[in-house]
Design a protein around this ligand. Structure first.
Ligand code: AMP
Ligand code: ZN
Length: 721
């Protein structure tokens, strides 16, 4: 509220009442959401260290608002699918709430003392709305009740925002029943056919979202809270409206300290379904990470700063965490000290000072590492780290799992130690490699050789290298071509399709001087392993594995950068090559007039409607299913624009990049290639298709919308006139 760090003074000394806006449980919490719950957990642990008794409430927004959000967002696949399967909204909420509790446990987030469910507190919400009506802060119109923002003078104090109506007007039609566009809904009349509805003095209806937190926090902690947390997107309107409701009803300050966590970004953009960059905790586990590596990663960025999530930083976090665990295991074996050395107290003060200085966890973590490298005796280090971990929550206090080391491995470890003492380091290293091949890691510590099983990540590593972004990939574009053709396919799971396109492309390019580059865009279904086998069995194959799903343009650019052929042919995994396509493509490209060819061209007259399937004619764009062009063109027109994360309409943009420099695109009908169902498209529902396509279309249109001069229709008009 004051926008500066303040010393925490709670209402009742020694007691801290803390409320955290919790998850909406009709989908998995993503790691961005989890970051904001980690922040609350660290605040709570810091207070506990100061001896506070913390009372923590975290609400569960369950099915009450599902319908409303579905309507606004154009439907949610998961809910729709579950409803189709005959699950009730309650079952869906139960499932995702359990998944949320599990995620919290995996991240060592201390469970809240109460997780109130919204639908179980509708009576409290109704009572609060009645109170607001009685006091004249709310009005009834058309069966709905709105909060009268004009009556509440302090409105906007938290966010500095008075513009409720404007925001709402952007999302949907402004509600014509409101007296003032800033007013917000407290209670809404159930529309016909609505399932989730409750009785109230104003007829059957359902509560607005904001009233849930005011009503439930009051029920469990009273009218005044010490600390209220959430993500920055909660500040307005959610928290602004909570303040208005609670303070209007009770006449006392609602919250003493607001703390909002900044967003987590992935690939530099906010994590959101429509950007295709949402990760849930299980996505990390699936890739071999310990969930606590994510907790560690969040320690490295101050809560009030945005954090850009990448798998390479997560890998670094995992290594650091494994390192701390290993050190702790060693230190814990040191003989106990009669008394702690005085330097220990200095480290302790330093650590907690950082923690209490606006939750400066990156500095606190740096202190941990400095302490680890200091000359302090091991037992003192163990004692300090155990204390610090009560805040950090990295599970370092757990007695290290006593690993059952197979007898043979144990023998090897002993043999290796013997070799080292006798100075046979070469042989010792070879034995270490051998032990590694059994899945164990030997680390030489002051106390002797320590052996532990490989972490899941270490087990996966070494199978094949991965990249996190095009920046990590070498570009051959400046070098002269070393072969005739580079076929490029970007794939993302759907192994059968990947097998169909790669095997057909390889079969029908036999006899040509060609390579096949497969960009494996974050597959997790075994496709990556299959591609590695393919690479091993066929020297024409080059595979680049991305460690997560990159945006479409970024993935395609990796393919382009890796090309060594004079001619590039993009092949979509929904296609299948049925004959020699390379000979005709090269023949077409021999014509100087022709810069890009493919079988499936599109044309437009107005830049809005691209009609499909121009064949045997000049086209305005070539669809991504199959595009052939000279590699040298890329150095002229540039790579694809990486703001295109979804595939649709990226092909239009890339085509216009070419047309802009006078290049011409031709649809030809003599390429033996066919199309099958596009699996990515088929997996999306109508709402997602529209949203993703439209976003990309806007990007395309913004750049090329006024370039009607580039259209085929335009040049034909010239010829006519
Ligand atoms: P929701 O389930 O959408 O209500 O969000 C749960 C919590 O996560 C809220 O406190 C949000 O402010 C927070 N949140 C949403 N998106 C992000 C993000 N990308 N990074 C960090 N926190 C987020
Ligand atoms: Zn809330």
């Amino acid at each position: 509220m004051t926008r500066r760090a303040e010393e925490v003074r709670t209402l009742d000394p020694g007691v801290a009442r803390m409320y955290t806006c919790g998850p909406t449980v009709y989908r998995y919490a993503h790691i961005g959401n989890l970051r904001s719950y980690l922040m609350a957990d660290w605040i709570r642990r810091a207070l506990m260290h100061r001896g506070y008794e913390v009372m923590h409430v975290k609400n569960i927004t369950d099915v009450g608002h599902m319908r409303q959000e579905m309507l606004e967002e154009g439907g949610d696949r998961v809910i729709l699918a579950a409803l189709e399967e005959g699950k009730t909204p309650q079952e869906i909420a139960q499932f995702y709430a359990q998944a949320f509790y599990d995620d919290e446990a995996k991240l060592n987030i201390l469970p809240a003392h109460v997780y109130p469910w919204a639908t179980e507190h509708v009576a409290e919400m109704v009572a609060l709305v009645e109170q607001l009506m009685d006091k004249g802060y709310a009005y009834l119109v058309g069966g709905n009740i709105y909060f009268d923002v004009g009556k509440f003078e302090a409105y906007g104090a938290l966010s500095g925002n008075q513009q409720a109506g404007l925001m709402e007007g952007v999302r949907s039609e402004a509600d014509p029943l409101k007296r003032d566009p800033r007013d917000f809904t407290l209670w809404k009349l159930a529309e016909p056919g609505r399932e989730m509805k409750w009785d109230s003095p104003w007829g059957e209806g359902f509560p607005g979202w904001h009233i849930e937190c005011s009503a439930m926090s009051t029920k469990y902690m009273g009218q005044q809270l010490d600390i209220h947390t959430g993500g920055v997107d909660n500040i307005f309107p959610h928290h602004e409206d909570e303040i208005a409701q609670s303070e209007a009803a009770f006449g006392v300050p609602y919250v003493r300290y607001w703390v909002h966590g900044q967003h987590l970004l992935a690939d530099g953009v906010k994590m959101a379904k429509s950007s295709g960059n949402v990760f849930i905790l299980d996505d990390l586990v699936e890739r071999g990470f310990d969930p606590l590596a994510f907790r560690y990663l969040c320690l490295t960025v101050r809560y009030r700063n945005r954090m850009n999530f990448t798998f390479s930083t997560l890998r670094a976090a995992q290594r650091a965490l494994t390192g701390l665990q290993g050190r702790m295991a060693v230190w814990s074996q040191a003989p106990t000290l009669a008394e702690m050395p005085s330097e220990a107290e200095e480290w302790r003060e330093k650590f907690w000072e950082k923690v209490e200085s606006d939750l400066d966890l990156p500095s606190a973590l740096a202190t941990v590492w400095n302490m680890a490298q200091s000359p302090l005796p091991d037992a003192a280090k163990a004692g300090l780290l155990a204390e610090f971990d009560e805040l950090l929550g990295l599970g370092l206090n757990k007695a290290p799992a006593s690993h059952e080391v197979p007898e043979q491995v144990g023998t090897h470890v002993e043999q290796r130690s013997g070799l080292r003492t006798s100075g046979s380091y070469g042989e010792a290293d070879a034995l270490r490699e051998h032990i590694a091949s059994h899945g164990y890691v030997v680390e030489d510590q002051a106390v002797g050789a320590m052996v532990r099983p490989k972490t899941p990540l270490e087990r996966m590593a070494g199978q094949f290298a991965t990249v996190s972004s095009p920046k990590e990939v070498a570009s051959f574009l400046e070098e002269p071509p070393t072969m005739d053709f580079s076929m490029v396919s970007v794939v993302s799971g759907y192994m059968e399709d990947v097998q169909r396109i790669t095997l057909s492309a390889l079969k029908w390019s036999e006899g040509h001087d060609a390579e096949l580059i497969v960009v494996d865009n974050g597959s997790t279904d075994g496709t990556s392993e299959w591609l590695e086998e393919l690479r091993a069995s066929d020297s024409r194959v080059n595979v680049v594995h991305a460690d997560h799903v990159l945006g479409e343009a970024a993935a395609k650019n990796i393919g382009l950068m890796q090309c060594r052929g004079r001619t590039v042919v993009f092949l979509d995994p929904s296609t299948e090559v049925t004959g020699d396509i390379l000979t005709p493509i090269d023949r077409w490209l021999d014509d100087e007039q022709v810069s890009m060819v493919g079988p499936w061209g599109v044309c437009t007259d107005d830049m809005h409607h691209f009609h499909d399937e121009v064949t045997s004619a000049e086209a305005d764009a070539m669809q991504a299913y199959c595009q052939g062009f000279r590699r040298s063109l890329i150095n002229e027109v540039g790579l694809m624009r990486e703001c295109f994360r979804f595939y649709r309409n990226l092909d239009l943009d890339f085509s216009f990049q070419m047309k802009n420099l006078g290049h011409r695109i031709f649809a030809v009908d003599d390429l033996p290639i066919v199309r099958h169902e596009h699996r990515v498209w088929a997996a999306l529902d109508e709402g997602q298709r529209n949203e993703l396509s439209f976003k990309n279309f806007k990007r395309f249109f913004k750049r090329w919308g006024d370039r009607g001069d580039l259209l085929v229709a335009s040049s034909q008009r010239h010829e006519h006139s």
